[in-house]
Design a protein around this ligand. Structure first.
Ligand code: HEM
Length: 555
C-alpha cells in the first residue's frame, strides 16, 4: 500500500501568510472607503436606485436585453447620471455634448481607456493602438492615420468590389430556385472578415470561397471574442500582472486551473503565428521590390504593406518596431470584423422592414451601376445621396457600439452644456474623482431630441436629404463622422471609419440591385454588449443570427 504524504507548511509560514493577506485586505478596505468618501458628489447626481449591495446596477447595465433600460434611463434622468457599480462604487453615465468634448478631446489624458482593457489587448496582441496610451499611442496614430486616407481607400475600392461580388454570386446561386431563408449575419461576417483580411493584411481567408475550407486563422479570429467574454470577471486583475516578464506570466497562467484561459492563450498564439507568417511574407516582398506584389492578394495596396512602406520613410524616432506593426495586424482583424458586421446587419434588417426604402435605394444603385458599367469606384459611391443617407441614418440610430468606457486618471471637474439637477441644486460641472468609471452613451447623443428634433429616435434616411436642423451643428458633438458619436472623436477616434463606410457602401452596391431582402417568420432581436449583435427571439446560442428571406430581382 502506498502512503500519501502531503507537505504541511509550518505554523509560522501559515501565520505569516495570514498576516500578509489581512494587511492586503486592510489596504483594500481603506482605499475603497477613501474612494467612497471622494465620490460623495457623484452620489448626489440623478440616477436609478441600486439593485444589489454587491453588484449595484451592473446587471441591469450589461444584461443582453439592457437596451430598453438605457433608453429609459436617459428619458428619466437626463444627460448626466450616477449608477452604482461594485460594492457601492459610483459610475458616471454621460451624453451631454460639452461633457463628451471634455472626455474625448480636452481632457483625453484624464479620461483614458480603463487599464484592464488596455492590458487585455496588450496581452492578446502585443503593443497595438488599442493597448497604448500617451506618447506611444500618439506615435502609432501618426504613422497609421495616413494609411486610412481617402487616396488609399480609392485604391482599395476595386478589391472591395471584387470580394463583395463573390458574396453576391453565392447568394444568387443559393436563391436560384426561389426565395430562401438565409442567416445573413453569418454571410456578412464572412464578408467583413475577408475584406479586412484582403484590405488590411493583403491575405485571403477564403471566407467566401465555397471550394476552399475555412482557414485555421479565420476560425480562430472568430473564437477570440467569445473566449474573452468567458474571462470577463478576471480582466480587472490584469493590470496587477502588467510588469511580470511575459515568460514567467505564461508559466504562471498555464499552472492555473482555468480551461478558458488556456484556450484563450491557444487562440492568441494561433493569431500571432499566422499574422507573423503574413507579416514575414509582406516584408520579403517589399525587399524584392514593387514587381514582387504582382499577382499577390492586395497587390501591395493593403494597409500593412502601406504601413511597412511608410515606416521606411520616417525618422528613427518615428519608426515603429516590427513587433508593434505585427501587433496592429492582429488588432485590426479584431477591431474591423464584429463592428462592421453589426452595422451592415442592421442596415439589411432596416431595409427588410422598409421595402419602400430598399426599392428607392435599389433604383439609385442600379442606375449608378449602369452609368459606371458595373465598376463603381470610391468617388461614384461617395456621391450617391440615398446610399449615404441610409448608411448615416442607420449608424446614427443604431451605433454598433452603444457605449465607450473611460476611467479617470486624476481628480477633475467635468463641464456640462446643460445644468444637472443634483441633491444640492443645479450644477454646470461635476467633480469626478480619480479611479471613476465613466460611460459615454453614444446612442443617447446620436438620438438626443434637443439636437435632432422630436423625431430623433426614428429611423428616417430622408432626414439627410434636406438641410439638418441648425441645432445639429450648434451642439458641436465631438465626433469624426456627421455630428455623430458612432466612431467617437479625438485622439482615440475610430481610425477605420472611412474603411468601414466604404465596406458598407460597396456591399450594398453589390447586393441590393440583384437581391431583395425581407423579414422571415423568425423575429430578430438585438443583444446588448460591447458590440450589439442580432439573434432570434428566445435563442440561447451566443452565435449571432439574422435569418432573412433572400430572393433574386427579376429583370
Ligand atoms: C461600423 C464599423 C465600426 C464602428 C462603429 C467602430 C467604432 C469604433 C469606436 C466607437 C472606437 C472607439 C473605442 C474606444 O475608444 O473605446 C473605435 C476604435 C477603433 N477602431 Fe473602429 N469601428 C468600426 C470599424 C472599424 C474598422 C473597419 C477598423 C479597421 C480597419 C477599425 C479600427 C479601429 C481602431 C484601430 C480603433 C482604436 C483607435 C485608437 O485607440 O486610437 N474600426 N472604433
Amino acid at each position: 500500500m502506498t502512503s500519501l504524504r502531503i507537505a504541511v507548511p509550518s505554523s509560522g509560514v501559515v501565520v505569516l501568510c495570514g498576516e500578509i493577506l489581512l494587511a492586503l485586505l486592510l489596504v483594500v478596505v481603506v482605499f475603497a472607503f477613501r474612494h467612497w468618501v471622494k465620490q460623495a458628489s457623484l452620489r448626489k447626481l440623478p440616477g436609478p436606485p441600486s439593485r444589489s449591495i454587491l453588484t449595484g446596477n451592473l446587471r441591469q447595465m450589461f444584461d443582453a436585453g439592457a437596451m430598453p433600460f438605457h433608453v429609459q434611463l436617459v428619458n428619466t434622468y437626463g444627460n448626466v447620471m450616477g449608477l452604482t457599480g461594485f460594492l457601492g462604487d459610483t459610475r458616471l453615465v454621460v451624453s451631454d455634448p460639452v461633457a463628451c468634448t471634455a472626455i474625448l478631446l480636452k481632457q483625453q489624458d484624464v479620461f483614458e481607456v480603463a487599464p484592464w482593457s488596455l492590458e487585455t489587448f496588450r496581452q492578446s496582441f502585443g503593443t497595438n493602438l488599442l493597448a497604448s496610451t500617451g506618447a506611444l499611442h500618439r506615435k502609432q496614430r501618426k504613422l497609421l492615420n495616413p494609411v486610412f486616407s481617402i487616396k488609399h481607400m480609392r485604391e482599395m475600392t476595386p478589391m472591395f468590389q471584387s470580394v463583395a461580388s463573390q458574396l453576391r454570386d453565392i447568394l444568387i446561386s443559393k436563391t436560384e430556385t426561389g426565395a430562401q431563408e438565409l442567416d445573413m449575419s453569418d454571410w456578412l461576417s464572412r464578408l467583413a472578415l475577408e475584406l479586412i483580411a484582403q484590405g488590411g493584411l493583403g491575405h485571403t481567408f477564403h471566407s467566401l470561397n465555397p471550394h476552399v475550407e475555412e482557414s485555421e486563422f479565420s476560425r480562430t479570429i472568430k473564437e477570440y471574442m467569445p473566449s474573452l467574454a468567458k474571462l470577463q470577471v478576471w480582466t480587472p486583475l490584469l493590470p496587477l500582472v502588467s510588469r511580470v516578464p511575459p515568460r514567467l506570466l505564461r508559466l504562471g497562467v498555464t499552472c492555473l486551473p482555468i480551461p478558458s484561459l488556456h484556450n484563450l492563450i491557444k487562440i492568441t498564439d494561433c493569431i500571432h503565428e499566422n499574422a507573423k507568417a503574413v507579416f514575414d511574407l509582406k516584408k520579403s516582398l517589399l525587399e524584392q521590390g514593387d514587381e514582387a506584389f504582382i499577382g499577390e492578394v492586395g497587390e501591395g495596396k493593403d494597409i500593412i504593406t502601406i504601413l511597412l512602406r511608410a515606416n521606411l520613410d520616417v525618422t528613427d524616432e518615428e519608426r515603429l518596431p516590427d513587433d508593434e506593426i505585427l501587433a496592429q495586424m492582429s488588432m485590426f482583424l479584431f477591431a474591423a470584423t464584429d463592428t462592421t458586421t453589426s452595422g451592415l446587419s442592421r442596415i439589411l434588417l432596416m431595409l427588410s422592414e422598409s421595402q419602400d426604402v430598399q426599392e428607392k435605394l435599389r433604383q439609385e444603385l442600379t442606375a449608378a451601376q449602369e452609368r459606371a458599367d458595373g465598376k463603381l469606384g470610391y468617388d461614384e459611391l461617395d456621391q450617391l445621396p440615398y446610399l449615404d443617407a441610409v448608411c448615416r441614418e442607420t449608424l446614427r440610430v443604431f451605433p454598433p457600439g452603444n457605449f465607450i468606457q473611460r476611467f479617470t486618471r486624476s481628480d477633475t471637474l467635468l463641464p456640462l452644456g446643460k445644468p444637472v439637477l443634483t441633491k444640492d441644486g443645479p450644477l454646470m460641472s461635476v467633480y469626478v474623482p480619480q479611479y471613476t468609471a465613466v460611460h459615454l452613451d453614444i446612442r443617447a447623443v446620436n438620438c438626443d431630441p434637443d439636437i435632432w428634433g422630436p423625431d430623433a429616435a426614428e429611423w428616417k434616411p430622408e432626414r439627410w436629404l434636406s438641410p439638418l436642423p441648425s441645432s445639429v451643428a450648434a451642439a458641436r458633438v465631438p465626433g469624426v463622422y456627421s455630428n455623430l458619436l458612432t466612431f467617437i472623436g479625438g485622439g482615440r477616434s475610430c481610425i477605420g471609419f472611412k474603411f468601414a463606410q466604404l465596406e458598407m457602401k460597396v456591399a450594398l452596391s453589390q447586393l441590393i440591385p440583384h437581391l431583395r431582402f425581407s423579414l422571415s417568420k423568425q423575429e430578430v432581436v438585438w443583444r446588448f454588449g460591447s458590440i450589439v449583435t442580432p439573434t432570434v427571439k428566445e435563442s440561447t446560442s451566443f452565435k449571432p443570427q439574422m435569418p432573412l428571406l433572400v430572393e433574386q430581382i427579376q429583370v
